[in-house]
Design a protein around this ligand. Structure first.
Ligand SMILES: [Zn+2]
Length: 274
C-alpha cells in the first residue's frame, strides 16, 4: 500500500456511515499463524536430519565398537574419527541448496503475510486490490540468520556425541548406555529443529507485518493474542491495547521490549490501526 493509496482509503472511510464503519472495524482480523510454512520448514529440516542420521550412524557405531578399548589416546582418536563427519556435515548443511530452500520459504511467508495484510486493510476500508511492498533486505536477513541456525544443528550433535563418549569413559558407562545417549542426542537435535521452524517462521511473519504496515504509513497497531490457553500471561495483559511501531511494549518477563511475534515462540498479532 502506498501512502497515496492509504490517504485515499482513509478519505473513503470517512465517507462511510458510522454503522458501516463499526462493522468494518470488527472485521479486521489478525494475520494468522503461518502453519503451512512452519510445516514446510520442518519437512526441509527433517530431510536434512535424515541424511545426518544416515551419515553419522556408521561413525557413531564405530565409536561404540571401539569403546572402551582406546582409553589411552582417546581424545585425539575421537577427534580423528569425527573430523571426517564434521567435514561432510559442513558441506551438506551449508550448500547453495540450503539458501535456496530458505529463500523459497521466505517468499511463501511473504506472500501469505501480504495476502493477510491486504485482507485486513480491505476489510477495514471496504476495498480490494491493494498491493503490499516487499523487502529484499528482510529476506536476505532471514536467509542469513536461518542458514546459521541450520548449520549449528549437526555441529552441536557431533560436539555432544564427542562429549558423551568422553563422559562415558570417565564414568565407566556400558556400551548400551552410550548407545542410548547417542539416540537421545539425535532426538534432541530433532526437537531443536522443531523449535527453530516454529520460532523463525513466526518471527519473520512478524517482521513482515511491521514492514507492510509501516511502509503504508500505519503508525500504530492493536495487540491481539490467539486467545487460547497457550498465550503467556504477559501477552494476555497486552491483548487489545494499542502500541506504536516506534516503541515496542514491555512484553517479556525479563522486561524486554518486543513487538508481536518477536519474542520467543510468540503467536500474537499486530492488528493495524487505520
Ligand atoms: Zn504472544
Amino acid at each position: 500500500v502506498t501512502l497515496a493509496e492509504l490517504a485515499a482509503l482513509k478519505h473513503r472511510r470517512l465517507l462511510m456511515t458510522s454503522e458501516k464503519r463499526i462493522r468494518a472495524v470488527h472485521k479486521v482480523k489478525g494475520v494468522g499463524y503461518p502453519s503451512a510454512q512452519r510445516l514446510a520448514y520442518l519437512r526441509a529440516l527433517y530431510g536434512m536430519l535424515e541424511w545426518l542420521e544416515q551419515e553419522s550412524g556408521p561413525a557413531f557405531a564405530q565409536l561404540i565398537q571401539e569403546f572402551p578399548s582406546r582409553t589411552d589416546s582417546i581424545t585425539s582418536h575421537l577427534s580423528q574419527r569425527l573430523a571426517a563427519l564434521r567435514e561432510k556435515v559442513e558441506t551438506y548443511f551449508t550448500g547453495p541448496r540450503v539458501a535456496w530452500v530458505l529463500s523459497d520459504l521466505a517468499k511463501q511467508i511473504e506472500s501469505s503475510t501480504s495476502r493477510a495484510f491486504q485482507e485486513q486493510v480491505g476489510a477495514a476500508l471496504g476495498v480490494t486490490g491493494i498491493t503490499a511492498s516487499s523487502s529484499e533486505q528482510l529476506r536476505a536477513l532471514f536467509v542469513h540468520e536461518n542458514a546459521k541456525l541450520i548449520r549449528s544443528l549437526p555441529h552441536e550433535l557431533v560436539d555432544q556425541v564427542e562429549a558423551a563418549v568422553l563422559r562415558a569413559l570417565r564414568q565407566g558407562s556400558t556400551v548400551r548406555q552410550l548407545e542410548r545417549e547417542f539416540r537421545d542426542k539425535l532426538a534432541l537435535t530433532k526437537r531443536r529443529a522443531q523449535l527453530i521452524a516454529r520460532d523463525q517462521v513466526s518471527k519473520y511473519s512478524g517482521k513482515l507485518t511491521r514492514h507492510n504496515q509501516t511502509s503504508a504509513g500505519i503508525e500504530k497497531y492493536r495487540w491481539g493474542t490467539s486467545r487460547d490457553e497457550r498465550v503467556r500471561a504477559e501477552h494476555r495483559q497486552l491483548d487489545g491495547q494499542v502500541f506504536s511501531w516506534d516503541k515496542p511494549p514491555m512484553s517479556a518477563r525479563n522486561g524486554g521490549r518486543y513487538h508481536p511475534r518477536q519474542g520467543f515462540n510468540c503467536r500474537c498479532d499486530a492488528i493495524p490501526i487505520l
